[in-house]
Design a protein around this ligand. Structure first.
Ligand SMILES: [Cu+2]
Length: 166
């Protein structure tokens, strides 16, 4: 009986020592991780440093994206059909297009208009186009050759726009 108690006490003692060592080593390791954590924090800048090339890479990607975005206007000026919507006695902004581009004038106004080569309501002597546009109607002209083409409405002399063909 006494042997069992002694044995049990020895076992308990070993367990206590083991537990104490575990707690001590646990605290020691708990203190150790903080230096290793700061080492990991110092490794953080390395990680962010490796992140910077990624960031610059995405910046390059955005630069490429913006370059392609800048390429879109030239793509639009490279022959895609273009619509001019007439409203409130106005052709809207001037156009710069590529040779071969077809321009369609759409009369969204409440009165008839024309899209005529000329200026201030006067048709040019050798006008290439003189499109009659009833309300809701549209018509087109294809600009084959580079040049600067003034466009006017022969019914409203204040309606003017310029189409530059490159
Ligand atoms: Cu008009």
């Amino acid at each position: 009986m006494a042997r069992i108690i002694l044995f049990g006490g020895a076992v308990v003692g070993v367990l206590l020592v083991t537990l104490a060592y575990a707690v001590w080593s646990g605290q020691y390791e708990a203190e150790q991780p903080s230096p290793s954590a700061s080492a990991g924090a110092s490794g953080g800048p390395v990680a962010s440093g490796s992140g910077e090339p990624v960031a610059s890479g995405s910046a390059e990607a955005s630069a490429v994206a913006s370059a392609s975005a800048q390429a879109e206007p030239s793509a639009a000026a490279s022959g895609a059909p273009t619509m001019v919507e007439i409203a409130k006695l106005d052709f809207g902004p001037d156009l710069t297009i590529a040779a071969g581009t077809t321009v369609t004038w759409m009369n969204n106004d409440t009165v008839p208009h024309t899209a005529t080569e000329g200026s201030d309501g006067v048709k040019a002597p050798d006008a290439l186009f003189d499109l009659q546009l009833a309300v809701g109607a549209s018509d087109s002209y294809t600009f084959a050759d580079p040049g600067t083409y003034p466009v006017t409405c022969t019914l409203h002399r204040t309606m003017n726009m310029t189409i530059t063909v490159q």
